[in-house]
Every structure is written in structure tokens, then in C-alpha cells.
Design a protein around this ligand. Sequence first.
Ligand code: FE2
Length: 430
Amino acid sequence: MRHATEPRFPFADMSRVPYAVFLDEGVYEREQTRIWQGPVWLFLGLEAQIPNPGDYITTYAGDQPVVVDRAEDGSLHAFVNSCAHKGTMVVRYRKGNAGSHTCVYHRWAYDLRGNLVGVPFLRGIEGMSGMPKDFDKRDHGLRKLEVESYRGVVFGSFAPKPEPLRAYLDKPILDFLDRLFARPIEVIGHRRQRFHANWKQYYENYGDGYHGGLLHELAATFGLHRATQGGSRIPDKRGRHAAAWVDAESDSAEIVRQGYRDVSFAKSFDQRLKLDDLAVFGWQDEVGDGQSVRTCAVFPSALFAQVGNVLETEQIRPKSATEFELYWTYFGYQDESADLRRRRFQQANMVGPAGYNNMEDGEASILEMRGIRRRGSEHTVLEMGGRGPIAREDGHARLSETVVRGFWRYYAELMGYRPARSPRRARRRR
Ligand SMILES: [Fe+2]
């Protein structure tokens, strides 16, 4: 199914996004080829999930099922979880340990590198039947991905020669991962959820600081996010990823009062309203820099985050133009105290499908999708923080959609959508 007319980004600074890119199955198919199987690195999982030889997890790269495992020599491998014989999904479990992977249908077996090593009745019985003499198992392995890991975070790419992972992630993301994965980690749980929305609507949410202190009313009221808090937002040099943080104590009561003057729920800042139990918001500053929320979004599918004391990764798994799955992985450090681990679990009530904070992000994407059904020829408006260049922002970086425009610029580049020129826009700077 091809889209009849190509979605059109009317302005070069990507301050308008055509709704068609969220609705059209033709666009979705093109994304699978040009983005998900294109020159990008896709977040697959954490090495801590597969510490020992033979350990494996099943996951997704775009909408393709993938196995990630660790071979006998400790090396990491990833391949499409689809048998070379009939395409059957080979590994059916979420995780495990195995010496090889065998398809249940005709028992074709693959080694931990995805090479075909066993075909039952290859030579038939008593000289009859079997595969043709020239059938070579080496021609029938599972489709392999390039795999690289940074700080124990595993990425895969379908591109035959992708740029090195470190170059792809670039300094802001490398610095972020250096800090988040500074010590050996332990995975403590997963959650997942299906959404009737487009995957890009959720990815936009990662770079959208603007909504944080507005959509998330409970968090805004009781102190985890306020739009008036300061912070920074740093794109990589191509503007396709972004790292961001919130400085928890950077706003005064007066700034909050002024800032929220026009916000409908601001009456809840009434000082008489208090929660009896603040455990879910009981952030303890582990590093001592006052940064209560730190996130980094890696194009096209991943978020790495510290939300209070919750440490987590999120992986976007697209299913169709109008459906995706989100997969959360929670972790702590191996050497942390029992008290801190308890805090992580308690605060995990913020993050995830039913999280006091996160469920609203999902709901926002769903509401967007419901609203745009017949607006395919129109556009979103991305102007908070100004138009024009996509650059580092400090201070009130929360009130910004700038890095979201960076996502769209790289998206359009990979999709081959040339934004229209608009001299009028270029002149009308903020
Ligand atoms: Fe949010």
C-alpha cells in the first residue's frame, strides 16, 4: 500500500508536521525500510539481561522479532527470529539460556550466532528423499544484525556498514550513558503496553519538555515536574537525539505562582493540599547535583531515563501506522542499599502503563490519534521555544519543542521527504 501523495513538511525548520505521517500505512511501510532497516542503531536490550554464555532475550527491531544472545566466547549476537525454512518464529520465550535455537516446526537448529547447524533428515532415509545434494546449510542462516554495545547497552542495525555506534550516539548521549551506567546494574523488572497510536507520537513526547509540568498534574502539584523548573536540553550535533535534565530546586514559589497563573489546574497549588504519604515522590539525590529527572532519547526508538530514583529504559516497538508497543525495563545498581532499592520500586508507581506520570503520556498519544483521523492534509504546530536552528538550550529548556523538530529533520532526511523552502519563515525569527 503506497501513499498517493507524499507527506509534505511545509517549513524547513520542521515547525509543522503533516498529520499524514501518523496515519498512512504507506508511510509506515516506507519507515520500515528507510528507517528501521536503514542506517540507524536500534536499542535492543541490556547486557545485564544476558550475562552468561547461552543467555538470550527475544525483542523487536522495528516490527521484526529479534533474538539477542551471548555466544560461548562472550560475544553478542542478534538475528531475526524467523526460520530460514518457512519463516516460523524460532524462539518463543522472552528469555532463557540455550546452547542452540531450534525451530519447533521442522526442528531446524541454529547456533548462538544464527548459523544453521541442523536439518532433520538432511540425507533422507536409506538413500531416499532428503535435501538435494547441493543444499548448503551455510546458505540458510538467520538474518543477522550488526551488534554493538556501549556501557552494557546493546544496539543492533540492519545496515551492512552502519556508522560506529559511538559516532552515532555522539557526545551528549555518551556522557548520559556514562553516568546512568557508571556502575554494574541489575535488571529488576519489565512492563509493556499496547497503544492505539502512532509510534512517533510517543517518541515526540520524549523530547517535549513543554508538556511535563502541564499534562502531569499530580507530578506538577506535588513537586516532581513543574514547567517553571530550569534545566537543559542538549541535542547531538545532528539534532537527531537529545539528552535533558531538570534542576529540581530551580524555581521559587513566586515563579511557580506567576508561571501557572493561566493554567486551569493551578488552583491545586493551594498550600493546604498535601499528600499524606509522599513515598512515591520521595526522591533521594543519589549524585548530589539536584537533577531530579534526566532523560535521553535516541533516534528512533529508545529512551534512557532517571525519573526521581527510577532507572529505566523504554523501547518503542511499532506494529502498524496506528499501533505500537512500549517495553519498559527497570534496573538498579548491584551494590546499592536495600533502602534505595525499595525507593526504586515505590517510585516505579510513577513510570509505566499505569504510572501516575507515564500513563498520561500514553493517553496523550492516543488522544492525538483519535483527534486527527480526518486531518491528514493538515499539520501540527511546533513553535514553543522558537523557530529556526536546533541547538542546545539551558535555563527554561523545559518550555521547548526544539529537539522535537530535530527528530523530524532527521526523520524527513531518511524518508526522502524534502521540506519545502519557506523564506517567510526563515525571516520571521522569534
Ligand atoms: Fe510526560
